[in-house]
Design a protein around this ligand. Sequence first.
Ligand SMILES: *[C@@H]1O[C@H](CO)[C@@H](O)[C@H](O)[C@H]1NC(C)=O
Ligand SMILES: *[C@@H]1O[C@H](CO)[C@@H](O)[C@H](O)[C@H]1NC(C)=O
Ligand SMILES: *[C@@H]1O[C@H](CO)[C@@H](O)[C@H](O)[C@H]1NC(C)=O
Ligand SMILES: *[C@@H]1O[C@H](CO)[C@@H](O)[C@H](O)[C@H]1NC(C)=O
Ligand SMILES: *[C@@H]1O[C@H](CO)[C@@H](O)[C@H](O)[C@H]1NC(C)=O
Ligand SMILES: *[C@@H]1O[C@H](CO)[C@@H](O)[C@H](O)[C@H]1NC(C)=O
Length: 270
Amino acid sequence: MIVLVFAMVCGVYICSICLKQISTTTTAGFLNVQLTERPCEKPNIEPSEVRYVHFPKPISYSRAECACNPVRFFAILSTQRSGSGWFETLLNSHINISSNGEIFSVKVRRSNISSITETLDKIYNLDWLSSASKNECTAAVGLKWMLNQGLMQNHKEIVEYFNTRGVSLIFLFRRNLLRRMISMLANSYDREAKQLNGTHKSHVHSPREAEILAQYKPSINATLLIRDLKQVEDTVAKALQYFNSTRHTIFYYEDVIKNRTVRQTTSTQT
Ligand SMILES: *[C@@H]1O[C@H](CO)[C@@H](O)[C@H](O)[C@H]1NC(C)=O
Ligand SMILES: *[C@@H]1O[C@H](CO)[C@@H](O)[C@H](O)[C@H]1NC(C)=O
Ligand SMILES: *[C@@H]1O[C@H](CO)[C@@H](O)[C@H](O)[C@H]1NC(C)=O
Ligand SMILES: *[C@@H]1O[C@H](CO)[C@@H](O)[C@H](O)[C@H]1NC(C)=O
Ligand SMILES: *[C@@H]1O[C@H](CO)[C@@H](O)[C@H](O)[C@H]1NC(C)=O
Ligand SMILES: *[C@@H]1O[C@H](CO)[C@@H](O)[C@H](O)[C@H]1NC(C)=O
């Protein structure tokens, strides 16, 4: 009887040791699996560039063979009627660039800083699906953001976001603010009048369409003109000041359309 109990105790003891060994080997196996999933190799770039290069892992799909292609984050900060629609079309004609449009024109997305960062996280994680989304080989991803779409009100937190996430900014402004104002007035007139066969068009796509829209001559209240232009100028200056600590570049619409290097690129792509 004693021998039997002894044998049983020994059996239980040996079994527990076996189980321990099995569990240690399984954890070791698990560690091995983790080790094989190496992080992407850093591309050969300047050390100062490293924080602007990312390897997003979208949750809605797999980046497949492009999982280790570096991605850069950008945002185009602009004002309405400053050529940003055209500029964005230009960027999106590149196979590896996704500029997702005026995402914050939808009010609820900019209602507070948490919805703003949530939206940005989704965009920069390559999980934002729009007509501009490219395949898994996107190398630059961003959006177009107007100064009056929550940017100025939440500038402190947004600057912090851009700096910690390594987002590069492209400011796009128009030098001729009077032309911009006329374009604003004409666009808001067309919203009601729908001059092109009953459809409202914010951006024309042919000389014929442009000609029709240009027939409308808005009248401007001269008393308010200088004050209104000054207001735009002040907003632009303030934006540049607020976002001064970010990595940024400033473009003016007039310079971009005049630049022959840019024109050559577009003509070969279309
Ligand atoms: C932020 O806005 C969203 C959408 O309007 C809302 O659901 C959420 O509760 C708000 N969060 C805070 C902290 O106010
Ligand atoms: C651009 O996309 C193409 C095809 O989708 C891909 O083969 C290429 O590696 C991408 N380039 C970069 C720099 O990610
Ligand atoms: C308006 O519609 C007519 C008939 O479909 C077409 O021929 C014309 O080009 C259109 N005009 C514009 C400005 O779209
Ligand atoms: C221009 O605006 C001022 C201030 O709002 C107003 O008093 C004036 O009547 C306006 N002039 C015209 C021609 O509408
Ligand atoms: C941005 O900061 C730099 C250096 O701190 C300063 O020289 C420059 O004037 C600032 N620009 C604006 C628009 O505030
Ligand atoms: C045109 O654009 C290129 C690239 O950004 C720039 O180097 C060049 O100075 C520009 N030329 C003019 C005339 O603005």
